[in-house]
Design a protein around this ligand. Structure first.
Ligand SMILES: [Zn+2]
Ligand SMILES: [Zn+2]
Length: 285
């Protein structure tokens, strides 16, 4: 499985000189496995991903959406494959109670927000609404979606190909017992389910990409985000091979990111490898 990070920043894109190395685009990751193209999230990083896919002639694209907060969808209008008639794009995301996935994307490209309505793009675009725990296959790639604890309706994914497991656990609070999402049943069982969801997605993952938005002193209980400490604790619990810090706070400079990783390495703790995701980094799992 090949992994490319096209956007790693949380909340909104940044373009300051002190964050060029890790990059300022919002979340988008490309996975290539078994000849399938799977993108994860449609933040502004998807613009460069789209150009690369057009250059490589990739026409069949699966986009896994964690949720519809702006930083995870705002790149789609600028996704070059949308404007090509041979593209078949399938967009997957958890079903919401109030509106469909398609309505969210339609609204984003409606006047007066954008000049090209989604209905008029040449690509064939399909929407697939998922339920918590749903799994399916794309060729010989197995994918599973689980709900995460985050405002609105957010989910994570586990993508497995020939025994190699990638997990995307972004935009979630890994520690709180508060229920942050829409229509979450207020019960002990449901809280346990949310904890199990995270552990099942990450279980012995070769690469688990985690929300590490906060430093411990920045933590806010109602935001639905986590810290590197939380991600590493999860990585140890599930025996992950590598934990990837992701959804970096917009104010975090390259120097602060380097320091964060260096401080954890200096602790010399047993456990998974760690990596802070940076735009343009490619990994072979
Ligand atoms: Zn986000
Ligand atoms: Zn969010």
């Amino acid at each position: 499985m090949q992994v490319v990070f096209w956007g790693v920043r949380g909340s909104y894109p940044v373009a300051r000189a002190d964050c060029l190395r890790y990059g300022g685009n919002t979340p988008c990751i490309e996975l290539e496995a078994g000849g399938q193209c799977v993108l994860v999230d449609a933040g502004t990083g998807i613009r460069a991903a789209g150009q690369a896919l057009v250059e490589r002639g990739v026409e069949d694209i699966h986009l896994l959406l964690s949720h519809t907060h702006w930083d995870h969808i705002q790149g789609l209008p600028h996704f070059a494959p949308l404007y090509r008639d041979n593209t078949r794009l399938r967009i997957y995301g958890l079903k919401r109670g109030d509106c469909s996935l398609e309505e969210v994307f339609r609204a984003q490209q409606q006047q007066p927000f954008y000049p090209v309505p989604l209905d008029s793009v040449p690509a064939q675009v399909e929407f697939v609404e998922l339920t918590d725990g749903q799994s399916w296959c794309i060729g010989d790639v197995d994918i599973e979606c689980r709900r995460l604890n985050h405002p609105g309706v957010a989910g994570g994914y586990r993508v497995v190909h020939q025994g190699t497991a990638f997990a995307y656990i972004c935009d979630t609070d890994l520690v709180t017992d508060d229920l942050l999402g829409d229509e979450m049943p207020d019960s002990r069982e449901y809280r346990q389910r949310l904890r199990d969801n995270v552990r099942d997605l990450a279980h012995r993952g070769d690469l688990i990409v985690c929300d590490t938005f906060f430093l411990p002193q920045e933590y806010r209980a109602d935001f639905g985000h986590s810290s590197a400490e939380d991600a590493l604790r999860l990585g140890r619990e599930v025996e992950a091979r590598c934990v990837t810090f992701f959804h970096h706070a917009p104010q975090r400079s390259d120097g602060e990111m380097d320091q964060l990783v260096a401080d954890f390495r200096a602790l010399g703790q047993e456990g998974p490898e760690m990596l802070a995701a940076a735009e343009g980094v490619q990994l072979a799992l």
